[in-house]
Design a protein around this ligand. Structure first.
Ligand SMILES: [Fe+2]
Ligand SMILES: [Fe+2]
Length: 139
């Protein structure tokens, strides 16, 4: 199973946020690994719970960050987080069911869940933050 790879264009330039994104990607890869090696529910469950917990912390952190800087797109962004949270919870519940999804489905979910979201939405508030700080736009 192909692991998720970090691409430099995913960097927002906000150090703590980038660090959290990379940590989420690493946990997703650990989960892919546990699933593809067929380690069973005993190995998969703690990693999937870890992913949910860190995602929750990350969303809360981002939302506080956007609120603090008066980001105008915050409501739409929070709505996306609600959708992502639901799909992740659904996936984890399915993992613990009698008919768990496979690593291919996890890879597809994470590509959308993590990478698309960062590229489309997280980078928008990062650009806003840079503009506010007078640092201009990244190319
Ligand atoms: Fe994010
Ligand atoms: Fe986000």
């Amino acid at each position: 199973m192909t692991k998720l790879r970090w691409d430099p264009c995913l960097d927002t330039g906000i150090e703590e946020i980038d660090w959290e994104h990379r940590r989420l990607l690493n946990i997703a890869n650990r989960l892919l690994d546990a699933m593809t090696r067929g380690k069973g529910e005993v190995a998969v469950r703690p990693v999937s719970r870890d992913l949910l917990r860190h995602a929750e912390e990350h969303f809360a952190h981002e939302e506080a960050y956007m609120r603090d800087m008066g980001y105008p797109g915050i409501e739409a962004h929070i709505k996306e987080h609600v959708g992502l949270r639901k799909s992740a919870e659904k996936f984890v519940a399915a993992l613990e069911s009698d008919d768990p999804p496979g690593a291919v489905q996890l890879n597809a979910l994470m590509s959308h869940w993590l990478l698309d979201h960062i590229l489309k939405l997280d980078k928008q508030y990062a650009a806003f933050s840079r503009e506010r700080a007078g640092k201009g736009q990244c190319p």
